[in-house]
Design a protein around this ligand. Structure first.
Ligand SMILES: [Zn+2]
Ligand SMILES: [Zn+2]
Length: 346
């Protein structure tokens, strides 16, 4: 076991504070990673504040991890000391179920082991990336291509794959009109990736405040959802809408923006149940869908794609003592577009 410094929430809704945690000894197939950067995802806040239900405390959040391998177990074949690597939202899964075998480890029938706020195979709570080091089985470690710097790569491990996977699955590409709902951490990556995939991209954001950024990042059009005219003008426009919003939405209004047989895919997760008049999907044969991160192979594909197209996250690098302040700013949508913790400051 190794004792490492970390930032943890001691209890639900309590501010995060500096502490130490134990990392397991490096096992046969494990990789020890010196964490260099950790992104702050909105879901860190949901979980640290028990917005998604009961959670495990103390909790070290963080599932957008980028670092360098500093030790490998004797059975490790895929990584060497010095490799640049990442860890996303999961650190293990059963490896035997239909979904694991199909490369959809995130949908493991027995439940994937989440990077934090989960229980590892050793029976101990998992702890995330707001820390100096982490030990992860090599099969759940990703390679960060040389073309991506680690700080802007870190958010790709959640925000990147969460948007890449549904864009690919629902066929975003040349000739397709894709709307990205919400221009935050996930949304700004969705814009970059959808543009790089060749789709015509429209941002639907509450206001036009971030319009210049959106157009710069690859959007072709930008509309304010606070303006009722937006919904008149864009009726029946899109093949695909990816909603990155984690607040409740008027789904009927957004479904009306889809073409016949279009799909609205949710990657943001509101804390409250939503209500929906089903005629808004029946008419036009529309799909209301969800998507959660992506499998390990697909995450590697996303990292390679982003490196090839020069896509990193737009980040604001912070020291660890500013995590609580950063949480408040994420909740106020006051970040362009992802906070990343410099873990050397923990
Ligand atoms: Zn996340
Ligand atoms: Zn499984």
């Amino acid at each position: 076991m190794t004792t490492v410094a970390a930032y943890a929430a001691p209890a639900a809704k309590a501010p995060l504070e500096r502490t130490t945690i134990e990392r397991r000894a490096v096992g046969e197939f494990d990789v020890l990673i010196d964490i260099k950067f950790a992104g702050i995802c909105h879901s860190d806040i949901h979980q640290a504040r028990e917005g998604w239900g009961e959670a495990i405390f103390p909790m070290v959040p963080g599932h957008e991890i980028a670092g360098v391998v500093s030790e490998v177990g004797p059975g490790v074949t895929r990584f060497q000391v010095g490799d640049r690597v990442g860890v996303g939202c999961m650190v293990d899964s059963c490896r035997e179920c239909e979904n694991c075998k199909a490369g959809d480890e995130q949908y493991c029938v027995k439940g994937a082991t989440m990077t934090y706020n989960g229980i590892g195979k050793d029976g101990e709570p998992t702890q995330g990336g707001y820390s100096e080091k982490v030990v992860v089985d090599e099969n759940y470690v990703l390679r960060i291509p040389d073309g991506l710097s680690l700080d802007v790569a870190a958010p790709l491990l959640c925000a990147g794959i969460t948007t890449y996977s549904p864009l690919k699955h629902w066929g975003a590409g040349p000739g397709k009109k894709v709307a990205v709902l919400g221009m935050g951490g996930l949304g700004h990556m969705a814009v970059k990736i959808a543009h790089a995939l060749g789709a015509e991209v429209t941002v639907l954001s509450q206001s036009l405040r971030k319009k210049d950024d959106g157009l710069k990042l690859g959007a072709d059009h930008y509309y304010a959802t606070s303006d009722p005219k937006t919904f008149e003008e864009l009726q029946g426009s899109f093949d695909l809408i990816v909603s990155t919003v984690s607040a409740s939405l008027d789904f009927g209004a957004f479904l009306s923006l889809l073409k016949t047989r279009g799909a609205l895919v949710n990657v943001g997760a509101p804390e409250e149940p939503v209500s929906l008049n089903l005629f808004s999907v029946i008419g036009g044969g529309k799909t209301l869908a969800g998507s959660m991160i992506g499998g390990i192979a697909e995450t590697q594909e996303m990292l390679d794609f982003c490196a090839e197209h020069g896509l990193g996250a737009e980040i604001e690098l912070i020291s660890a003592d500013r995590i609580n302040e950063a949480y408040e700013r994420v909740l106020a949508s006051d970040v362009r577009y992802r906070f990343v913790i410099d873990t050397a400051t923990i």
